[in-house]
Write a protein that binds this ligand. Sequence first.
Ligand code: NAD
Length: 443
Amino acid sequence: MKVTVFGIGYVGLVQAAVLAEVGHDVVCVDVDQNKVDNLEKGIIPIYEPGLTPLVKSNFEAGRVVFTTDAEKGVKHGDLVFIAVGTPPDEDGSADLKYVLAVAQTIAMHMQAHKIIINKSTVPVGTADRVTAKVTEVLADLQKSVSFDVVSNPEFLKEGAAVADCMRPDRIILGTSSERSEKKLRELYAPFNRNHDKIIVMDVRSAELTKYAANCMLATKISFMNEIANLAELFGADVENVRKGIGSDPRIGYQFIYPGCGYGGSCFPKDVQALVRSAKGVGYQAKVLEAVEAVNYRQKEKLFDYIMRYYKNDVAGKTIALWGLSFKPNTDDMREASSRVLMEKLWEQGARVQAYDPEAMEETQRIYAGQDRLSLMGTKEAALNGADCLVICTEWQAFRAPDFELIKSKIADPVIFDGRNLFEPALISEYGLHYYGIGRGQSI
Ligand code: NAD
């Protein structure tokens, strides 16, 4: 099928590559010329396991092309995806300017029926706004072309995006058009073989489903962080509590890990956006407000530990930091907990020596010119001359380090672990102090 994808980011690029892989004919449109030029040279703008070979092989086979030519893109696809960013506006609500700009572009160039599919995460009612925008532009241009707007939110996880798109848990289609449903069922048939994963619903419910999913996941994290903070004060170990409650199948073991807060491009902005949308309809979303507030506080947790340990004076200290990305297997630094920690340490006059398996380039781009940051080539090099070690991201490569080496390299024998990677008893055998999240210890 002929498909066009507007927006070559985490969602658009992965979606395009996966659709091309099963044989669809995909044109990707982005406004970023540099990104398009790089993709044509085989330079993939993001790190995502399995993505580079997938994009390269499908590009070489001519099944996916990259362009800034929106007219070419609109002409090509019977199905046109909108996969552009929906960043938070100043008040936390989702900024729809990119989505509506694409809607306008599609309307300007369309000459035949289009199914416009919204993959971006957007507030309830956005499909209506896209419909209104396209209708308005068509009327201005005195064109009479039919179209349909479908909501098809994306549920991929960064770090496992290719696998998630190849084997989705569910495919949500928000549409009341039988014609569009049929076309989308055909498009997704290669991913829907084992059992029917397609759930069809009205557009508004589909739009809300995406927010509800992310808000539920964020709620699980903030809930566990709340319990961890209590565990710390009560002298209990949240890791025991986690295992204890996870054994109840109504709760389950998934997604109940405490830590130094959630980040990324989705949870923080989507929780905020739903809080704002709720306000817009006169409702105070109290649970979600608390989820956001707990996370905000949790992102300062490691900094608070370090300040207490050093009696509020870290000026001149060098902090070794393992993990920069907001989670493992990605180079995405958006809203990463490491950023809150580093920026607060710099304010206090400390230096940071950091290592991350994938996010160094992105960190360098964000903090170019920051002379209190040194990016080191290995996790061991980050320890050289450091006073203590802090862990912000649970990369596999950090799970079984050489504790003797750590002890020999850092001036003060202490690890602050924002992801509870280690057993406190084991670490103390090496003569190291250990502060995890909610492990029954407080400074
Ligand atoms: P991104 O910032 O990585 O990519 C967006 C791309 O859109 C950029 O390349 C940008 O240049 C391009 N763009 C902006 N305006 C454009 C226009 N007018 N025409 C063509 N291209 C344009 O964003 P992302 O992380 O892929 O997220 C996209 C949407 O998907 C968001 O709404 C996000 O909430 C949602 N989402 C993201 C994830 C995720 O894990 N990143 C998962 C599910 C849903």
